[in-house]
Design a protein around this ligand. Sequence first.
Ligand SMILES: [Zn+2]
Length: 116
Amino acid sequence: MVSTKYFCQNCKKELAENQKPCPYCGSAKIDIKVEIKEEIKIRESFRVRQKRKGFKKFMVECLQGWFPSGDKKQFPEGIQQTRIIDKKNNRYKKKIINEVTGEVVVNKDEKLSEHK
Ligand SMILES: [Zn+2]
């Protein structure tokens, strides 16, 4: 996305395009500022596991980031997912956000023992 802004060099007020001279101070010197805004989508995810000494299985697992969705029709751009499996506190949390609309699709917070 590119946006062009015009400013008076003298009084620094923002002007409309081709507005010369400056209606505020009469100066004909105009600064043109071009801004390029790049929208960067970060499609990364990470998984962190907390383990206890002597146990092979993890105690807490945290997963977060962008994931491709199995439902390509509903989520062609994938989803943003946060999932926490907390065996220590018997907690299961899952939050899925539609990558395109930002809408929360799933928001679960339940006991891990009750999670199917
Ligand atoms: Zn001015």
